[in-house]
Design a protein around this ligand. Structure first.
Ligand SMILES: [Ca+2]
Ligand SMILES: [Ca+2]
Length: 218
């Protein structure tokens, strides 16, 4: 291949990747401990229609009274369409902490799907001996009850929402989880998340009434 053809091919591929790159939204870093897990993605075209939290309840007694509250998140991927919400087709979760148990599954209403989120988080630099970082989560759905709140804990404050653009939906998840710190050191488990925002297809935009179809008349 001639050098100029090679350069052109390279530029073409870079341009294509830039066009196809999805947006990534990161939760406000009010605490920032731990390691980012693997980014997991819903199957192509499917949207997040529900979520579930793994939580260590505050009231639980562990030997050193070291609570971690939120430990993990599952996103349920599905394909709501004019025929109904449909069944979830996959569950994505990235990495999770060692403590707690999975709670209730919360679903978007009707044909809704998730397009934003908000975490409830405890500051990372308080004088507290027992910190817990992320405590709870809300997702913003496109229909019905818009902010749907999980069954996490109540420490810390709700942080600034992170919302995909109007023509996008949540399609991926990455979690930052602090590994176990041992008996004498404070644990916090889940600290932050990143979500991926995918672009809707033309067909999606039409079916959700976000653009109008152009009627052909003679
Ligand atoms: Ca703790
Ligand atoms: Ca500990």
């Amino acid at each position: 291949m001639a050098p100029n053809h090679l350069a052109f091919s390279f530029l073409f591929c870079v341009t294509l990747q830039l066009i196809q790159a999805n947006d990534i939204l990161t939760s406000p870093l009010v605490s920032n401990w731990g390691i980012w897990g693997e980014f997991q993605h819903c199957p192509s075209g499917t949207k997040v229609i529900g979520f579930q939290l793994k939580t260590e309840p505050w009231a639980s007694w562990d030997i050193v009274i070291d609570d971690t509250c939120q430990n993990g998140i599952r996103f349920y991927c599905g394909n709501p369409s004019s025929t109904g919400p449909g069944e979830p087709v996959d569950i994505i979760s990235s990495s999770e902490g060692n403590w707690g148990k999975w709670g209730q599954i919360f679903w978007c209403d009707g044909l809704g799907f998730a397009r934003g989120f908000m975490l409830r988080s405890e500051e990372g630099n308080t004088a507290m001996v027992d910190e817990s970082a992320t405590n709870n989560m809300r997702i913003l759905c496109t229909e019905g009850t818009q902010w749907i709140e999980g069954d996490g804990e109540g420490w810390g404050e709700w942080t600034t929402p992170r919302i995909c653009k109007g023509h996008q939906y949540i399609c991926g998840l990455q979690t930052q989880v602090e590994p176990p710190q041992g008996f004498f050191t404070d644990d916090t488990a889940l600290n932050n998340i990143r979500v991926e925002c995918c672009d809707m297809t033309q067909e999606d935009l039409l079916s959700y009434g976000l653009i109008n179809s152009t009627l052909q008349t003679d």
